[in-house]
Design a protein around this ligand. Structure first.
Ligand SMILES: Nc1ncnc2c1ncn2[C@@H]1O[C@H](COP(=O)(O)OP(=O)(O)O)[C@@H](O)[C@H]1O
Ligand SMILES: [Mg+2]
Length: 247
């Protein structure tokens, strides 16, 4: 069963085509990474797949609904089932960890009781191994902790799909590895489908079931890590070779 199906997606801004006829299908429970040079269109694709931005044309099917054709209200409801972990943790600086985690939940359902919210916060903090941080503010957290709180927040609504944009950028290698492990653990525990935008090649090869590469707005390969590693496509080789040789 596919979790998300993108068909003939085109994204244009004035005077520029950013994504050109993207078609891809991601299976339920898969971890798929999207790699590519900076400016290749990774974040744009992620924003459209998560319903944050509409494509110029094309279809994005999630659970038999084309989210590219939804009106704003439908899309807002739909996005509850989609978790997003942004490039910069994007926590609300003026809210503490607790209020950051329950933000989307309370926005969509004002009737939730305090005990229910407490439970969600406790569960999610345990999952990202940051128990007891409820009353800290983002400025009191390290970069790695902020990313983990970002993940806890994304999981609060129990999404079936989680999108990560550069979840390990700016982190030291050990912390980056811990975030990779958390992505895999989250997939295992919540059965979620995960789409990870990254340019960190070793991470990509470690966590992905399949890897897509975008160059100049087009998919140049979408295959298993092994097949990507063995690809003789020069664009792919040029992109991955330096990092794979480093190990
Ligand atoms: N709304 C926009 N208006 C103009 N240019 C944009 C817009 N969104 C993205 N771009 C451009 O599209 C290209 C792809 O951007 P992005 O999707 O952020 O790439 P990546 O995440 O791979 O670095 C970049 O050249 C960027 O400047
Ligand atoms: Mg980006």
């Amino acid at each position: 069963m596919s979790a998300i199906r993108v068909k003939n997606l085109i994204y244009e801004v004035p005077n520029k085509r950013i994504l050109n006829d993207i078609t891809l299908e991601i299976n339920q429970g898969e971890v798929v990474s999207i790699m590519g040079g900076s400016g290749s269109g990774k974040t744009s694709l992620l924003r459209m797949m998560s319903g944050l931005r509409r494509p110029t044309s094309g279809e994005i099917w999630i659970d038999n609904e084309n989210i590219a054709a939804m009106d704003d209200h439908e899309l807002d409801e739909r996005r509850l089932k989609i978790g997003l972990v942004f490039q910069y943790a994007a926590l609300f600086d003026s809210l503490d960890v607790y209020d950051n985690i329950v933000f989307s939940l309370t926005r969509h359902n004002r009737k939730l009781k305090r005990e229910q919210l407490d439970q969600v916060v406790r569960d999610r903090l345990a999952q990202v191994q940051l128990e007891g941080t409820e009353h800290l503010f983002p400025s009191e957290l390290s970069g790695g902790m902020q990313k983990r709180i970002g993940l806890a927040r994304a999981l609060a609504t129990e999404p079936s799909l989680v999108f990560y944009d550069e979840p390990t950028s700016g982190l030291d290698p050990l912390t980056a590895r811990a975030i990779d492990d958390l992505i895999l653990e989250t997939r295992k525990r919540n059965g979620v489908t995960s789409v990870v935008v990254s340019h960190h090649i070793p991470s990509i090869f470690r966590i992905s079931d399949r890897i897509a590469m975008i160059a100049e707005g087009e998919i140049v390969i979408f295959d298993t890590p092994d097949a990507v590693r063995k690809s003789d496509n020069p664009t792919v080789r040029e992109f991955i070779a330096p990092d794979l040789e480093k190990g």
